[in-house]
Design a binder for this molecule. Structure first.
Ligand code: ATP
Length: 870
């Protein structure tokens, strides 16, 4: 490229890119896609499968096992060596597969939440996934969009972007389209360029894409850093930490057991070493870390199917601990389907359908609704585009046979001040009967205060305090019915000229239009469900306080003794005052995005885990501040989706509650799987320690323990992770986020259940000893331990007894049990395999003894659960 993009004119840029203002053709896009590849950043170097496989051997435990294999070979116990190697390789294969699967599931989630871009192709505006943008594409940017590629601005309409991800500068940068007449310009000063990763905060622009993917400025930075991301969640980290500590404790116990076996049973050093190795193998939960990852990944997949797209695994953990859900009203709790109800003009309150066109103020209401509006409505098929508030006004006009398109052509829009939810007004300038007139609609509390006159059928009269009070009373009455009230006003202008915000003053008030936006039917149930689960729902809205409170009451958010605060009330309050009143406030009305941050912070000060919804550009900071920022998949801006940790594919409040339940279920399942794995390990540890203390022979060979830990235990553990979410989860209060996963209760259960399993296993050991010596004893102990742990899988599915949980509610647990039993039978009875596993012959009596003893712990635990359940 000869000249830098910023020094070219828009026309030169287009010709250099072989593009046009109407964009590329489908064929050109196809060609460039092949030439440049997808518009994506490579995330560090992908590890190859071989590297992943080798990494599985880095574990401390695996090294211990390798030592064990060598020791076995030295003691001429070649079978053991072979089995250990086989198991290690199998474990490494499983580990690699699990890693790849988890990666893949994260990737598919990412694809679901990846941004889109509006591009012009062949003159038609289409929305495409950001990965499909190619150099030469014409991208249309507007406030709320994420810039997905580098580009030269072709047309600029007051564009302002935040480039902090590139330059670190948090202030918005104003852009323009003029070429810069210099060769060297810093990124931040390239005013006619936009860069991938920036956010559009204001205005619009048309941009020709100059670079995509790794060729963008962001791509260059990414290539420099080129690091793989640490993707472990706090839970995974604390479990790794736990495993590390456990390994040290185990080493110490191993040393003691080693010494004991040498001195008490006068074994050879190598045999005693095998004893110690057996203990290490018994104790370290080999499968734990990968099972946690699998359960988290499966949880996110399931949530995605239910319209809640989680952007990272970390959020799944916090989700289960959410105790406050702050939700937008319009569209999330309600349907965002507005229908006009009552109308107030010229001193009369009437139904929309009874409007009289002969009455000037009443007719003007219809006019403003049509002209000061961006929506379109097609009565032929009932389809509409745009803000539902405006669509409702068009539908009203249509009921009086006013042709929207013709009418708008007849009174073209000359200037405008677009709606924004901070100002809560929208104004347009038209020629009405030859007079330049500003037509404004918006929030009544804003517009009434700026009106100095009131329009009546006799003409304008001064806006006295009494007239104002009367209008406020009507507003109060309508709002109390949960209706959204929109105010209308007009103003004659001194000419046709550019508008400023100063012009939105000194109005003649015309009237009010109220509309209904019914609650989503599922919201009521979801709020009730959340309440049962100790989760507080709070409504946050730009709407009027009285309207919002009325809707909140219908949905069950606003209860006896609650209050509603407005943005103005909030501004007048100190943080201390807010902290005091906080638990009683269930509705915040007329709030701005800054207020949302204050509300989140206030709840967080109380130690709550807060979820907050948002859809606009300005909501991004509040979404980041919340523990779970929730963006709207349908109506949300790209910026809000970028800042959120969860995206609602259906914009529905009920989906948030369902996701929280799923988050709780994932956490509970992980905890149950940990209980299962660790209590099983505990039972083996207790047996080995007992045997060494009592001077008995070693109860299990390392191959036995490896077989259990890696194969027969993994199956039920995964099945426990797949336990479906139960309604019962909502009967509990949210989890205390500070509480460690291995809390005292869990540790007690691990020890108690471990002991409960260890006793019958040692009984089986003694039985074997009495009829066939150490080899038979070991076989009996191994078989009983394996089967007892397979049964124990049912105990760990949930708190309730298995009869309440139901066998059929988790078919995986049955399959895991069946698979485990088959594996056990195979190593006991298949010739060759049984020699590898040093299994002695077992007759029917022995098998029945094993079955009875192995079932005993589960019988006791189930009876205990049944009694407690009563
Ligand atoms: P949410 O509950 O999600 O905050 P909301 O629609 O109540 O949504 P905003 O969209 O910020 O919040 O609207 C705030 C106020 O601005 C409304 O109560 C209404 O009075 C006014 N308003 C809304 N839409 C328009 C519009 N298209 N033109 C003029 N005024 C509007």
């Amino acid at each position: 490229m000869s000249k830098p993009w910023f020094s070219r004119s828009p026309e030169d840029t287009l010709s250099e890119l072989r593009s046009t203002p109407a964009g590329l053709s489908a064929q050109e896009v196809q060609q460039r896609m092949e030439q440049y590849g997808p518009n994506k950043l490579q995330e560090g170097k992908r590890k190859s499968v071989a590297v992943l496989f080798l990494e599985q051997f880095k574990d401390l435990l695996v090294i211990i096992l390798l030592i064990a294999a060598v020791i076995s070979a030295l003691t001429e116990n070649v079978e053991s060596t072979i089995v250990i190697f086989a198991v290690l390789i199998l474990n490494a294969v499983l580990g690699t597969v699990q890693y790849l699967k988890a990666e893949k599931s994260l990737e598919s989630l990412k694809a679901m939440s990846s941004p889109t871009a509006k591009v012009l192709r062949g003159g038609v505006r289409v929305e495409v996934p950001s990965a499909e943008v190619v150099p030469g594409d014409i991208v249309l940017l507007e406030a709320g969009d994420l810039v997905v590629a580098d580009g030269r601005i072709i047309e600029n309409f007051s564009l302002k972007v935040n480039e902090s991800s590139l330059t670190g500068e948090s202030e918005g940068v104003e852009k323009d389209a003029a070429p810069i007449d210099r060769e060297q310009v810093a990124l931040g000063d390239q005013k006619n360029m936009v860069f991938s990763g920036s956010l559009v905060t204001y205005g619009r622009a048309t941009v020709a894409v100059t670079a995509t993917g790794m060729n963008t400025e962001l791509g260059k930075i990414a290539a420099l850093m080129n690091q793989t991301q640490q993707r472990k969640t706090p839970l995974q980290k604390s479990l790794d930490d736990f495993s590390g500590k456990l390994a040290v404790v185990i080493m110490a116990i191993c040393a003691v057991v080693f010494a004991l076996s040498i001195f008490r049973s006068h074994m050879g050093v190598l045999d005693s070493l095998m004893f110690a190795v057996a203990l290490a193998v018994a104790a370290i939960p080999e499968a734990l870390s990968s099972i946690v990852t699998i359960v988290l990944a499966m949880g996110t997949q399931k949530m995605a199917k239910q319209n809640a797209i989680m952007k990272d695994l970390k959020a799944v953990e916090s989700l289960g601990a959410v105790s406050v859900i702050c939700s937008d009203k319009t569209g999330t709790l309600t349907q965002n389907r507005m229908t006009v109800q009552k109308i107030y003009a010229d001193g009369k309150l009437l139904e929309g359908k009874d409007l009289e066109l002969a009455n000037t103020p009443q007719r003007l209401l219809l006019k403003i609704g049509l002209l000061a509006s961006d929506a379109t409505y097609d009565p032929a098929d009932g389809s509409s585009i745009g803000d539902p508030t405006e669509v409702a006004l068009l539908q009203l006009a249509n009921a009086f046979d006013v042709e929207e398109e013709l009418y708008r052509q007849y009174h073209p829009r000359l200037r405008e001040l677009a709606f924004d939810s901070d100002r809560k007004l929208m104004s347009t300038l038209h020629q009405l009967d030859g007079v330049p007139t500003l037509l404004t609609k918006g929030a009544i509390d804003v517009l009434l205060g700026r009106s100095t006159k009131l329009l009546t059928s006799e003409g304008p009269v001064p806006m006295t305090e009494e007239r104002r009070a009367e209008i406020m009373a009507v507003n109060e009455q309508l709002s109390n019915e949960g209706l959204r009230v929109l105010a209308f006003a007009q103003k004659e202008m001194d000419g046709i000229r550019d508008l400023t915000l100063e012009d939105e003053n000194d109005y003649t008030f015309v009237g009010l239009v109220s509309m209904i936006d019914p609650p989503r039917p599922e919201s009521i149930q979801a709020v009730a469900d959340a309440k049962t689960g100790g989760i507080r729902t709070i409504m946050i809205t730009g709407d009027h306080k009285v309207t919002a409170s009325a809707i909140a009451r219908q949905i069950g958010i606003f209860q006896e003794g609650d209050t509603a605060l407005s943005g103005v009330d909030l501004d007048a309050m100190s943080d201390e005052e807010l902290d005091q009143i906080l638990p009683h406030v269930s509705v915040y009305a007329r709030v701005s995005p800054e207020h949302k941050i204050r509300i989140v912070s206030a709840w967080q000060r109380r130690g709550c885990i807060v979820s907050m919804t948002g859809d606009g550009v300005n909501d991004a900071p509040a979404l980041k501040k919340a523990d779970i920022g929730v963006a709207m998949g349908i109506t949300g801006t790209e910026v809000s989706k970028d800042a959120a940790s969860m995206i609602l594919a259906d914009d529905n409040f009920a989906t948030i509650v369902r996701a929280v339940v799923n988050g709780r279920s994932v956490y509970a399942n992980i905890k149950n799987a940990i209980q299962f794995l660790l209590s099983g390990n505990m039972s083996a540890i207790l047996c080995v320690v007992y045997a060494s203390v009592m001077g008995l022979s070693v109860p299990f060979a390392p191959v036995h323990l490896l077989f259990i830990n890696l194969l027969t235990d993994s199956l039920p553990a995964i099945a426990i992770g797949m336990e479906p979410a139960r309604k019962g989860l909502l009967r509990h209060k949210p989890r205390d986020p500070k509480e460690p996963i291995l809390d005292r209760g869990l540790l007690q259960r691990i020890f108690g259940q471990g002991l409960l399993i260890a006793v019958p296993v040692m009984a089986a050991f003694y039985l074997g000893l009495s009829y066939g010596g150490p080899a038979a004893a070991s076989t009996m102990a191994f078989a009983t331990l394996t089967l007892a742990r397979l049964f124990h899988g049912f105990n760990c599915r949930g708190e309730e007894s298995i009869f309440r949980l139901g066998f059929r509610s988790n078919p995986f647990s049955l399959a895991a049990f069946g698979g485990g039993v088959l594996l056990l039978l195979a190593v006991l009875f298949i010739p060759g395999l049984n020699t590898l596993f040093q299994a002695t012959a077992l007759d029917m009596t022995h098998l029945l003894e094993i079955l009875g003893l192995a079932f005993l712990p589960t019988l006791i635990i189930q009876i205990f659960k049944l009694i407690r359940g009563r």
